[in-house]
Write a protein that binds this ligand. Sequence first.
Ligand code: ARG
Length: 463
Amino acid sequence: MSNKKNIASARISAQGSDLLKALNDSLPFDKVLYAQDIEGSKAHAFMLAQQNIITQEDFEAIDRGLSQVLEEIESGLFTLDGGDEDIHMANERRLTEIIGDAGKRLHTARSRNDQVALDFRLFVQHNTKKISKLILENIQTLILRAKESTDIMLPGMTHLQHAQPINFGYHLLAYASMLQRDYKRFISSFERNNLSPIGCAALAGTPHPISREITAQKLGFDEPTLNCLDTVSDRDFALEILFNISTMMMHISRLSEELILWSASEFRWITLSDRHATGSSIMPQKKNPDIPELLRGKTGRVNGNLVSLLTVMKGLPLAYNKDMQEDKEGVFDSVKTATLSLEVLNEMIADMKINEDKMEDACMIGHLSATDLADYLVKDANLPFRDAYHITGNAVNLAEIKGVDISELSLEDLQSVDKRIGEGVVELLDNRASMNARVSEGGTATVRTIEQIEKLEHWIDNL
Ligand code: ARG
């Protein structure tokens, strides 16, 4: 049992049991917040001096002392394993050891309830920005790969069955669009949550003449939060980063699933670089797509973190309850997972080889241009779509019987299905013609794909 006197338990006379400490202490995981805790304490002390709640002299001692605590933590001198309850208590204890009595004035007009709300929010805000930058880098990489692929055809699918020809750039841009939404979601969370919790004290504010404006400004927040009771009870900002990460990872997971599929022998549409594949311990010939598999797998884990915190919060009465200490590990884990995943994904997309021939060969399976025959019959022969659909079905049957793709049928073949099929249809049924016919806004035609690239680039240029 630690013999350290607990500086935050004036009322508790007996030493806590070792089991209580094991359950109660958050230092083993919340030490991650050491820098935010020191930054927040410095701003708080600065404000206390500005408002004449502590002397300028005490502020300077606290400020200097906190800088030393930071240095000691970063150099490994102060190891944060001394049995303190949490990072807030550890930093305050070490500060007081270094500067003496002035350190004991730091906690004036503050509670750990607003302190932890502040530290955690600073962490979330910092990582929201960091993740959004990584998302942007991934969008840029997808754009680069899309630019070289606007002429490379592959079968677009529904139900994982060949459907219509699209180009690979267009397919990559679908993911760039998802990541663009993710980016915007992170930024809007940052803006919504850029409010300062400090100065709320335990739950009701404080009789000291503090200025929450000063601390808000010093810490880079737009303004203080509205209501102290809400602020010390609120973990929405943490839920937002968890949700944003989950949604983003779900997108990354879908891309990963496609990368895995496309690397399989049955496809071979792409080849992942050897840097992003591993071998088998028993089968010397194997090259496994472990990286996208892990990205797909880690999506389950971040979803778990989101559901955990939603569940922790759902029944809590106002204001702070110790249940809320369970808010951190999931967020730390999701942030770490998201950061690493985005870094790896970026490298993997940049390095993958696009096997153009394999993709284009696949376009000859599945009568991808069949819809173009139906569209032709509607547009040029003025047939109702349903009739056109049936005639096209017959053309597909004929192609099946002949063992060819619909794009390989001759004009004679097509006219044997329906007399109204005229000149020029054979050209229309060419897969590349089919792809480039889809010129409606947001469509797959190469010109429209290039336009989508330009729009994305324009958006990035104006950020
Ligand atoms: N370690 C706590 C947490 O992470 C913060 C301290 C608030 N504790 C308290 N008993 N009021 O949530």
